[in-house]
Write a protein that binds this ligand. Structure first.
Ligand code: FES
Length: 89
């Protein structure tokens, strides 16, 4: 959950995750937006829930796809930007 008390933020904007519109704030990474939505961002090869691990660019467990170009990026290192659309696959 985002810390809401005694925090001043700029106006939120939207990003789209798997077709779902989510609020994001300037300065947040894609990972911060995803964690607010759910601690699970995908599935392992065996089908187990998969979340983020290091949150500092080392483990690559947070890879997401920027749409429509299909570029893969680490969610924990990539700033959320207005209108960004991502896929979790
Ligand atoms: S959570 Fe480990 S690289 Fe992003």
């Amino acid at each position: 959950m985002r810390i809401e008390r005694r925090v001043e933020r700029q106006a939120p904007f939207s990003i789209i995750v798997e077709g779902e519109t989510l609020p994001a704030y300037p300065g947040e990474t894609i990972a911060a937006v995803l964690i607010e939505r759910s601690p699970t961002i995908g599935r392992t090869a065996s089908g187990a829930a998969r979340g983020m691990f290091c949150n500092m660019g080392t483990c690559s467990l947070c890879m997401v796809t920027l749409l429509p170009e299909g570029r893969r990026v680490r969610a924990c290192l990539t700033p959320a930007e207005p209108g960004l659309e991502i896929g979790l696959g």
